[in-house]
Design a protein around this ligand. Structure first.
Ligand SMILES: *Cc1c(COP(=O)(O)O)cnc(C)c1O
Length: 227
């Protein structure tokens, strides 16, 4: 019965996060319905995800195509209305598989990937919803378009590659206060008339909501620590 206790604790954490998301939205003078909670289920097996699905959560995030391919097709059979987001790096040779699996790709971060997505759109006629990842901290090891290149990259996505980009996503540096990064992302989105802002994780989603996040990506605060 250990598993039942784990499942119950996960659902209690989910409800607490939902309440915090709603509270942060109201405190920011926003409609709680305008903030989507993306439950980040990476590293957790299907058995750990099921209770969260049963508690009514429908939006999930995974960071690896291979891992998602192993667990989501069967979960989706049980819950066809799941909205699955890719929040990790995407290699161009996995574009086809990612487009078949995911409803949203949050990590469009370079020209070669944009071109591969554009080719896939030509073959399939449709694509997942797309966000551009911005490397707001300009960290060399981190994926994402640099802030200086964002406007030109978005214009190229639209005009050269025919990719409808809905918004921006960022992962601030771990060792800096996140708020300036959230504010910068919000400014870039506003400037480009983009409505979707994916920012904020377990430790800082309230601040992200304060600064306009429409999607917060929360893993450990719901599923517990990753092993
Ligand atoms: C793992 C991950 C998250 C969730 O992080 P937590 O701190 O566990 O909430 C959010 N976004 C991305 C891109 C991630 O890889």
């Amino acid at each position: 019965m250990i598993e039942d206790i784990d499942a119950r604790e996960t659902v209690v954490r989910l409800e607490a996060v939902r309440a915090s998301v709603a509270r942060a939205a109201r405190e920011a003078g926003r409609d709680p319905g305008d903030v989507s909670l993306v439950a980040v289920s990476k590293t957790f097996p299907a058995e750990a995800i099921l209770p969260v699905l049963e508690a009514g959560q429908r939006v999930f995030g995974e960071n690896r195509v291979q891992e998602a391919a192993g667990k989501w097709p069967s979960l989706r059979e049980r819950c066809p209305d799941v909205d699955l987001h890719l929040i990790g790096p995407l290699q161009s040779n996995k574009v086809r598989e990612a487009c078949a699996l995911f409803d949203v790709i949050q990590t469009v971060d370079r020209e070669s990937l944009a071109i591969a997505l554009s080719q896939e759109k030509g073959k399939r006629g449709r694509l997942p919803r797309l966000l551009v990842q911005v490397n707001t901290g300009e960290e060399p090891q981190k994926a994402g378009v640099t802030p200086a290149d964002v406007d030109a990259f978005l214009a190229a996505c639209r005009d050269r590659w025919g990719l409808p980009i809905e918004g921006l996503m960022c992962i601030p540096p771990v060792d800096e206060p996140p708020s300036p990064h959230f504010a910068l992302l919000a400014t870039m989105a506003r400037r480009n008339s983009l409505s979707v802002l994916s920012m904020g994780m377990s430790a800082d989603f309230e601040e992200a909501i304060q600064l306009g996040a429409t999607h917060v990506r929360v893993g450990s605060a719901i599923f517990g620590h990753r092993g």
